[in-house]
Write a protein that binds this ligand. Structure first.
Ligand code: GDP
Ligand code: MG
Length: 203
């Protein structure tokens, strides 16, 4: 049965890992005492409304220095476009729309992949934060307010991605194809660190 792939993309520090960990931690038990298992994990199988899917935190390819931030973001988004059925584009409502967010949006729009736009750090649950309206300017649809630390709004985002999952009758032997795509991508990249992490995860 086809297992949809959902990739989280976004600038460093918007809360991708917090969001990822909340979703996978909520859905399956994670062995916390194994060093690195939770924190360094970049993909995990989980489910929503009875449908299994694979969630990928593209944080594994985040740059550690500012000068390569843009090229690394592009690489991150391109990998997500290549392997994902649905992309969660995470932004930070406290910081507002940045130039990198605009850059990512342009690439995502060109790809025609389904994208769910999320404004993380909307911590005041129940209060409409007017800062969210700015995110409509990215031109990729309705922004969804969430707070990954407070675990609010996340169900709505999962409902949204669920709408884009391929119908189960369209199932094929997707799992193997994805592994091959990941290996190929990992081999192509010049980022050795990323290669190692991807290969570790898929073995
Ligand atoms: P990543 O670099 O995109 O993976 O971001 P992280 O998940 O590592 O989070 C970056 C920082 O943002 C950490 O200090 C998190 O605690 C914080 N953070 C993540 N989600 C939220 C949120 O919903 N609200 C607030 N206020 N902080 C958050
Ligand atoms: Mg991270």
């Amino acid at each position: 049965m086809a297992k949809p792939i959902v990739a989280i993309v976004g600038r460093p520090n918007v809360g991708k890992s917090t969001f990822f960990n909340y979703i996978i931690g909520e859905k399956k038990s994670i062995v916390e005492d194994k060093p690195g298992v939770t924190r360094d994990r970049i993909y995990a199988d989980t489910n929503w409304r009875g449908r299994d899917f694979t969630l990928i935190d593209t944080a594994g390819i985040e740059p550690k220095s500012d000068d390569i931030i843009i090229s690394s973001m592009r690489e991150q988004v391109e990998i997500a476009i290549e392997i994902a059925d649905v992309i969660i584009f995470l932004t930070d409502i406290k910081q507002g729309v940045t130039e990198v967010d605009k850059d990512i949006s342009l690439i995502l729009k060109k790809s025609k992949k389904p994208v769910v736009l999320v404004c993380n750090k909307s911590d005041n649950f129940g209060n409409t934060n007017n800062d969210i309206y700015e995110f409509y300017n990215l031109g990729i649809g309705e922004p969804h307010a969430v707070s990954a630390v407070n675990a609010s709004g996340i169900g709505d985002v999962l409902d949204e991605i669920y709408k884009y999952f391929p119908k189960e009758t369209e199932a094929n032997e997707e799992g193997e194809v994805i592994k091959v795509a990941l290996i190929r991508k990992a081999k192509c990249t010049e980022n050795l660190h990323l290669q190692i992490r991807y290969l570790e995860q898929i073995e």
